[in-house]
Design a protein around this ligand. Structure first.
Ligand code: AMP
Ligand code: ZN
Length: 470
């Protein structure tokens, strides 16, 4: 079995990955800021994390994943102020939507979804440690800042040139109470607006609220420990967000914060990054309205490697809808097949090996999906020969099941609910009896009632095959 290799943004190389304790992968994924429903760009990043999670499980590891919900920040406070609401009233419905969208896209739930507002004590504690370590200071504006000059490792992840930082600092210096324009807020002094919408807490530095970067450091370390295995997010988070998370965490603990930094590239529309402020976003709600299956969305997202930009287009989505239809047809055929051949077992084994190798090769989903379609072609040809070997059929079913267990790209129309399935089987049995009696009127009647429920029947030498098409 090849090693599990992952690109580490910190070292800029693909490295062998194993969790520090050899068993459990402690993984932190930056989650959504919950003031608007997440768009498909956000979900590309969350689907990349889902793929990583499932690939690690397939490789035999236990995954302990935390995804935060940023439920207090400037945008949320502005929304609450504009609508004369409390921040909670803005964020709660958006969090509900986020979970519904996550489930629609079949993203496996993380083990924890901490909300920033539930970790204020831990955040205050972290700022206290930083103050004690001499890297935090309270400025005249009452906000507590992190002094980046005091942390030697600052800029390592994003390869920032310190001279550039200094130059930027000189330009902007006058506008700020900060010692250095690049210093970032750990604890922001409360404004009357913050107080009015419930976004202010007591602290040793007066009323205030946490800075965004602080949230992630405090929650990651509280729930996963001071050194985590993998930290994920979109590429736009590398600087300043992840750089600042590293500074806060490592200045407090003296230990490396994350062993691997993994960043997913952007989803674009018409060549531009999908973003709320550009106004080019599509949401899961849009997909649902167009009856686009999650299987097709997942196929589309996995058809490009996570470190390459992906352009969302109608044509690409159409192609994915068609591709997963083939996967669905194959799933049905495999389920109803009555035997296989030696060549089918060989194809299954080759597929299994190639699929695992692809995922272990820095999560090469396009390669893994290509292997699946090659297997489907081989297997379809073998099933045409109507072999009778049950062992090879079982091998094919198993190889297929473990691959779709990771990709999860079988469209739901094949996942007909159990009661309907029982009913259809009964109807088909009755139809067979009617035909045996040469009662073709009764047989036609049964076919009609099946048709009304969107079930199409195909008669094959092995008997009737059916599928739900509407
Ligand atoms: P936000 O809710 O803005 O904090 O973003 C949540 C996650 O989505 C972060 O990991 C971002 O890096 C990621 N993200 C935002 N826009 C895109 C995009 N167009 N493509 C891929 N990921 C994105
Ligand atoms: Zn974060």
């Amino acid at each position: 079995m090849p090693e599990f290799r992952l690109y580490n943004s910190m070292t800029r190389t693909v490295e062998p990955f194993t969790p520090a304790d050899g068993e459990t992968v402690r993984m932190y994924a930056c989650g959504p800021t919950v003031y608007n429903p997440a768009h498909l760009g956000n979900f590309r990043t969350f689907l990349f994390t889902d793929l990583l999670r499932r690939a690690l499980s397939l490789a035999g590891y236990t995954v302990k994943q935390v995804m935060n919900l940023t439920d207090v920040d400037d945008k949320i406070i502005k929304r609450a102020t504009d609508q004369k609401k409390m921040v909670r009233d803005v964020t709660e419905p958006v969090i509900d939507m986020f979970f519904a969208d996550r489930d629609y896209l079949r993203i496996q739930p993380a083990e924890h979804y901490p909300r920033a507002t539930d970790f204020i004590v831990e955040m205050v504690d972290l700022v206290r440690r930083l103050e004690k370590a001499g890297v935090a200071y309270q400025a005249d504006d009452k906000t507590v800042y992190f002094a980046i000059d005091k942390f030697a490792g600052y800029g390592r992840l994003s390869r920032l040139d310190t001279r550039e930082l200094k130059a930027g600092a000189r330009v902007a210096q006058d506008d700020y109470a900060k010692e250095n324009a690049q210093d970032f807020a750990l604890w922001k002094a409360a404004t009357p607006e913050d107080e009015a919408c419930g976004a202010a807490w007591d602290s040793p530095w007066g009323r205030g609220r946490p800075g965004w970067h602080l949230e992630c450091s405090a929650m990651a370390m509280s729930l996963l420990g001071e050194t985590i295995d993998i930290h994920t997010g979109g590429v736009d988070l590398q600087f300043p967000h992840h750089e600042d998370e590293i500074a806060q965490s490592e200045a407090a603990t003296g230990k490396p914060f994350a062993r691997f930094w993994c960043h997913g590239e952007f989803l674009l529309t018409d060549g531009t990054k999908m973003a709320k402020r550009v106004g080019n976003v599509s949401t899961v709600e849009d997909l649902r309205a167009q009856r686009v299956s999650a299987a097709a969305v997942r196929h589309l997202m996995f058809s490009t490697h996570y470190r390459k930009q992906l352009n969302l287009s109608g044509a690409a989505l159409e192609a994915s809808i068609e591709a997963v239809r083939r996967v669905g047809d194959f799933a049905e055929r495999l389920a109803s097949a009555t035997g296989g051949t030696a060549a089918l077992a060989e194809a299954a084994e080759a597929f299994r090996v190639e699929f695992d190798a692809a995922l272990r090769d820095d999560l090469n989903a396009p390669r893994a999906q290509a292997a699946l379609f090659i297997f489907i072609n081989h297997a379809n040809a073998e099933l045409d020969t109507r072999g009778s070997d049950m062992g090879s059929l079982a091998a094919a079913r198993e190889a297929f099941a473990r691959a779709v267990g990771v990709l999860d790209i079988v469209p739901e129309q094949q996942g007909v609910d159990a009661s309907l399935e029982v009913w259809v089987e009964q109807q088909l049995a009755a139809r067979k009896v009617a035909r045996g009696r040469r009662d073709f009127a009764a047989a036609d009647q049964i076919r009609k009632s099946l048709d009304e429920k969107g079930i199409v029947v195909e008669d094959t030498p092995q008997g009737a095959r059916w599928k739900k098409v509407r």
